[in-house]
Ligand binder design. Structure first.
Ligand code: SF4
Length: 352
């Protein structure tokens, strides 16, 4: 059986209509690929429309400020992607005369573009014969060929790349790669793959050996870190909120958040109120208007447990703002904030 031929036939009959598939513009493909990293298609789609609308060209993207990119990126997570995109757009303007590169060898030199993304952009935009291997492709290959080497081990990564290269249809690399990814995404899904209507049912190792739920194999390397935060919502009598910029050494790097104190375990309010850090923000005792219930927020490697303390209509003169800035509540959308914090403020203050 010609695997690629069968696969492409399936793809032409079953593919979803996605906006980045209607183009061979490497800039738009790059936008979609970075947005879709660690992100579901349904979640990424509105961001793709927003970014391609506001920045129809790499030149327009390169002229944006980091704050503008981060505020547009809000809610998508992994904010380093947005910052890296700005670096890359600027480099395309200076080093590639404003023309987004389409070859693997050029793409791999750009910030935020790894082997997978370089292979995807070069094959989708110019049909370069580079096989892509993402989570969807790992799953399909592991099941179809019965490969049980862990996909996140060094040996596994090498093995799967070799198998993907061997399968690649070099005359139609772009469509073959799109088809591999789409097949893994909607046919050979992680749970309950559609085996009964699969063109590979008679030759698929996992189906024939009842190993679908055992493949692919992944080493469980992740240790989830639990973090407990109190965020303090300080609003002055001008209806301005005190926000501050996070540094680049932790989650939400470069975004704006609220004054906060982190604990390593669940901590009751009196402990916060007696904490020296908390008292440093105020020149005299201040009354608290409300305390939120604990909100759980899940990141890939971390669990955040957050509570918000609200202090309203405080006299600005008694607050030690330090490096914070006061921002009108209706202007908050201009500042990139972690989704957890913006969603809380949006709900409490009915922001747009
Ligand atoms: S038969 Fe099932 S497990 Fe095998 S490739 Fe098809 S969908 Fe995936």
């Amino acid at each position: 059986m010609d695997f690629s031929k069968e696969l492409i036939t399936w793809y032409r009959n079953n593919k979803r209509d996605l906006p980045w598939r209607d183009t061979n513009d490497a800039y738009l493909i790059w936008l979609s690929e970075i947005i879709l990293q660690q992100t579901r298609v349904e979640q990424g789609m509105p961001y793709f429309y927003k970014f391609s609308d506001i920045f129809p060209t790499v030149k327009r993207f390169s002229e944006a400020s980091e704050d503008q990119i981060l505020s547009l990126w809000q809610g998508l997570g992994y904010y380093s992607r947005g910052r890296n995109m700005l670096k890359t757009a600027k480099k395309v303007m200076t080093d590639f005369n404003g023309v987004f590169p389409t070859t693997y060898i050029d793409l791999i030199t750009l910030t935020g573009i790894g082997e997978y993304t370089a292979a995807a952009i070069s094959s989708f935009s110019s049909n370069e014969a580079k096989a892509v291997v993402d989570g969807n492709v790992y799953r399909l290959l592991a099941r179809y060929f019965g490969i049980s080497i862990p996909i996140n081990s060094t040996a596994g990564k090498k093995k799967f790349q070799v198998v993907a290269n061997d399968l690649l249809n070099i005359k139609n690399a772009g469509e073959h790669n799109q088809a591999m990814i789409e097949f893994g995404a909607i046919q050979c899904k992680p749970k309950k793959p559609n085996c009964e209507i699969c063109p590979f049912i008679t030759s698929c190792y996992a189906y024939q050996h009842q190993k679908i739920n055992e493949l692919p194999v992944k080493l469980n390397k992740l240790k989830i870190r639990e973090r407990y935060f109190y965020f303090v919502v300080i609003i002055n009598n001008q209806h301005e909120l005190l926000i501050k910029r996070r540094d680049n050494s932790d989650i939400w790097a470069g975004l704006y958040d609220l004054p906060s104190i982190e604990f390593t375990e669940n901590t009751e309010l009196p402990e916060l109120l007696n904490h020296p850090e908390f008292n440093k923000w105020f020149k005299k005792t201040t009354s608290i208007n409300a305390v939120s219930p604990q909100i759980k927020h899940i990141l890939t490697h971390q669990r955040i447990y957050a509570r918000f303390i609200e202090i309203n209509e405080v006299d600005e003169n008694i607050v030690n703002a330090n490096d914070g800035i006061w921002v009108k509540l209706d202007q908050l959308h201009n500042y990139g904030m972690p989704k957890l914090i913006f969603a809380f403020l949006q709900k409490i203050h009915k922001l747009n």
